[in-house]
Write a protein that binds this ligand. Structure first.
Ligand SMILES: [Fe+2]
Ligand SMILES: [Fe+2]
Length: 176
């Protein structure tokens, strides 16, 4: 079954969205590198790598469906932040944006009755639930910690211990 042109275009856009997301997280990692929060820097670095893996998963899918990959420029990401909370608030917005993008893609896959694409996108939708939850949980605890350095360092240490992604995405090895 030939990949629908509209769907092909949107899947290509999603490669760009995921790469942009990776860039956003890399800028967050770089910002944290200038602070004492090495754990948060590591978290964001790993998150950046995971978004690259997502982009590659979409790339491979377009190739496997015998459609043409078209790469677009990646926008310069925001580089300065107010605080760890500010960074995580941006991270949550970023994930909510990606969830919306994948939801829209799913709508199109459904309209053109491309069940294989729906299957791929369902994997991503499940991934988004987990990603939003992970960020929201950290954000909740950052708000609780407020400006208390001791509490922030506990959270930073915890962030450092977060599993780096392996394979083609997913936190802590919950599969592809
Ligand atoms: Fe992603
Ligand atoms: Fe993500």
């Amino acid at each position: 079954m030939t990949l629908n042109p509209k769907l092909t275009q949107l899947l290509n856009e999603q490669i760009n969205n995921e790469m942009s997301s990776s860039y956003v997280y890399l800028a967050m990692a770089a910002w944290f590198e200038q602070t004492p929060y090495m754990g948060f820097a590591s978290w964001m670095f790993n998150q950046s790598r995971e978004e690259t893996m997502h982009a590659l998963k979409f790339y491979q899918y377009v190739v496997d469906r015998d459609a043409v990959v078209v790469l677009q420029p990646i926008a310069q990401p925001k580089a300065t932040f107010e605080s760890p909370i500010d960074v995580f608030e941006h991270s949550l917005k970023q994930e909510q944006l990606v969830t919306q993008q994948i939801n829209d893609l799913y709508d199109v896959a459904e309209q053109v009755k491309d069940h294989s694409s729906k299957n791929l996108l369902l994997w991503f939708l499940n991934e988004q639930i987990e990603e939003e939850k992970t960020v929201r949980d950290m954000l909740d605890r950052l708000r609780l910690a407020g400006t208390d350095p001791a509490s922030l360092l506990v959270l930073d240490r915890e962030a450092a211990q977060r599993q780096s992604p392996t394979g083609s995405g997913g936190h802590g090895g919950h599969g592809k």
